[in-house]
Ligand binder design. Sequence first.
Ligand code: TLP
Length: 343
Amino acid sequence: MEKIIDLRSDTVTRPSAEMRKAMFEAEVGDDVFKEDPTVNKLEKYAAELLGKEAALYVASGVMGNQICLNVLTNPGDEVICEADSHIFNYESGSPAALSGIQMLPIHGSRGVITPAQVEPFIRPSSAYYMPRTKVLEVENTHNRAGGTIHPIENIIELKRLAKKYNLYYHLDGARIWNASAETGVPVSEYASHFDSVSCCLSKGLGAPVGSIIAGTKDFIKEAFRVRKAWGGGMRQLGIIAAAGLYALQNNRERLKEDHEKARILAKAINENPALEIDMSSVQTNILIFKPLKISVEDALKRTREKGLLLSVGKIDSLRAITHLDISFDDIEKTKKIFEEVFK
Ligand code: TLP
């Protein structure tokens, strides 16, 4: 049977034989008692990599972001984010449902909001009748903007603004590894500017499950409590944490290859008059592009019939993501399918 080329997300990867071996051999204990040696090793390794005092292994990116927001806020508080951010669009309304807080989305450019845009939206602390602005959030790389990298200079300027107004600063770094692999800016440099960070092990890094959150010791102590309260206290967790550790140790460098594959595909999309892509958004492994002659629905159906899976970027656009189970040959096949479907 022909291989299905699955470009829906970088979450669709399957653990490699080496990763499964690491899982099979993992030493385990009860993590609710903090006695799982593999989880402890993963958390220590991740904290060091991110340059933070402590880290916590959590079930997913959503859980990571939401625990961070919960720890940093009180009910009634407000969180400023970019309008296309994951935290605002794709987390099932959890800020309101789980923490009783509201989001204030600001339209940015390629996922980036500037201090000049943000400052007017910070609520005056004297206005007791307004929500309290408590957190400023940044997503890097930015999923819905097409995997765009948040420039480090702007990250630093936003931090200055956050500190000026006593706001916490949170990073949704689900794909911070991609940003770092592409720019050469170490993940610890990115993370150093934030009070809390959340990063996924189950996207480009190829682990089957899990995310890491990191911050100060006190922050992680509280996060540990919230994780348990939300049913995220897991037991012999080392079995899956071993995959996360393997992913962090072995699969970060190779992300550049995913970016190269995305660029090859982006070039073909750009040259196809039946497709539209903003080439300046092509920076890492995510491509967001529009079919000009058929609907998004039709495009999904027709590519699927040819063994190619895509997802929806925004209502009017398609999304293709390269990842470690996609070869250069798959990219060539994808280009051919695009020529047949989009003409
Ligand atoms: N993104 C998924 C979908 O939810 C859209 C994907 O296929 O890209 N932050 C960012 C920036 C993300 O892209 C995602 C997942 C998450 C957080 C949440 O991670 P999970 O799915 O592990 O909860």
